[in-house]
Design a protein around this ligand. Structure first.
Ligand code: NAD
Ligand code: DAU
Length: 355
């Protein structure tokens, strides 16, 4: 039995990952270490919480003693590091938590791996630290730029969020080169799907539209992102863990670029179809608001390395994935209610008032 420590497993991508792999791999033991910030929700994990190969520990990765305690107790063979402060707008309004969790938290985990895994040389080669990172570390592309982000694109982060993730990537690579710590890194494009906290574009637009609230599009809605269904990202991470080379980085993307405004229109059209309404009832809610400071124009990933080397391919098209996602938010009112608490309402006021 392999012990797999997941950090941030009660968040969006971590919980999708656990929901896929805990039932699929009863021979492995999964430990979910999560601080349970505003972005976490244990309802995401209802389907697996009683499985014998799943354990939950509430804890903060910025607390080194807590991290050591978990290593001592669970003896992880693999660490899959999802935990992060993940929202760009929050990093602009309050960067301190991003520095703590994304940089110091990653450093603590690397230090714990070094301490526990290097007790014997033999031990270390059966271990793995998998770092989940983002395409935002590469900065921004121009509209007509042909060369997409590859694994050797120089880092050029523009927000406190992406700078903190870039910093954590550098630390992970430094531990590989300096200490021979067995690591792998994946840098993925924008994810969408069930359980995404509705501060992010797609779930925010779905829920606001259902409630007849304004759909706040930053600037002119011309910014472009490369969207990937969350389960395709999770499968890619598993593929890299199984077959990827140590010390390597693999970019993961959907080859699926969309302007924000076009996505908002698409969501309005899907909702209209699902609810038997006129799309204009939703589209008339679109409101152009003040742009995000330092807003990256375009992200687009070249994922040919993972495709050629490891034979990963996304399974979901944007048409099917977006429809599934809209239906999920329509059919999971209990989850939506659990999210729309005081903290969420405060965030909406904080970020969107006077924009
Ligand atoms: P999320 O914000 O939905 O979830 C983050 C989780 O980490 C939450 O459960 C939170 O409680 C936990 N957490 C935060 N601080 C913690 C701490 N100090 N100690 C322990 N747990 C803590 O994020 P997400 O969208 O699921 O992203 C997961 C990872 O994937 C992040 O590292 C992010 O940078 C990366 N990523 C996200 C996307 C995307 O589109 N969402 C794309 C590429 C990469
Ligand atoms: O590219 C990967 C990254 O994708 C991840 O690393 C981040 O964790 C994740 O949050 C996401 O970052 P973005 O900033 O691209 O995602 P967000 O959903 O916040 O915004 C997507 C686009 O939509 C972006 O161009 C800003 C715009 N937007 C966003 C919000 C919340 C709006 O126009 N209006 C909004 O209200």
């Amino acid at each position: 039995m392999i012990n797999i420590l997941i950090t941030g497993g009660a968040g969006f991508i971590g919980s999708n990952f656990l929901n896929l792999f805990v039932p699929r791999h009863p021979e492995h033991n999964f430990i979910n270490l999560d601080k349970l910030t505003y972005a976490a929700n244990l309802l995401n994990l209802k389907g697996i919480e009683n499985l014998p190969n799943y354990n939950f520990v509430q804890g903060d990765i910025t607390d080194y003693n807590k991290v050591l305690e978990i290593f001592e107790k669970y003896n992880p063979d693999i660490v899959i590091h999802f935990a992060a402060e993940s929202h760009v707008d929050r990093s602009i309004l309050g960067p301190a938590a991003f520095i703590q969790t994304n940089i110091v938290g990653t450093f603590n985990l690397l230090e714990a791996c070094r301490k526990y895994w290097f007790k014997s040389n033999h031990n270390k080669y059966r271990k793995l630290f998998h770092h989940v990172s983002t395409d935002e570390v590469y900065g921004s592309l121009y509209l007509n730029e042909k060369d997409l982000f590859t694994e050797i694109t120089p880092y050029a982060p523009h927000s406190p969020y992406s700078a903190s993730k870039a910093s954590s990537d550098h630390l992970v690579r430094a531990y590989f080169h300096t200490y021979d710590l067995p690591v792998k890194i994946t840098n993925c494009s924008n994810n969408y799907g069930p359980y995404q906290f509705p501060e992010k574009l797609i779930p925010l637009m779905i829920l606001n539209a259902i409630e007849g609230k304004a759909l706040p599009v930053y600037g002119e809605g011309e910014n472009i992102r490369d969207w990937l269904y969350v389960e395709d990202h999770c499968e890619a991470i598993w593929t890299v863990i199984q077959k990827g080379r140590l010390g390597e980085t693999y970019n993961i993307g959907g080859n699926n670029e969309w302007k924000n405004i076009d996505i908002v229109h698409k969501i309005c059209e899907i909702l209209a179809r699902e609810l038997n309404r006129d799309p204009y009832e939703f589209k008339k809610l679109i409101t152009f608001v003040k742009d995000r400071p330092g807003h990256d124009l375009r992200y687009a990933i070249d994922s040919s390395k993972i495709k050629k080397e490891l034979h990963w391919q996304p399974q979901e098209t944007f048409e099917t994935g977006l429809r599934k996602t809209v239906k999920w938010y329509l059919n999971n009112q209990k989850w939506v209610d659990s999210i729309q608490t005081g903290e969420y309402k405060n965030w909406l006021n904080y970020n969107y008032t006077n924009r």
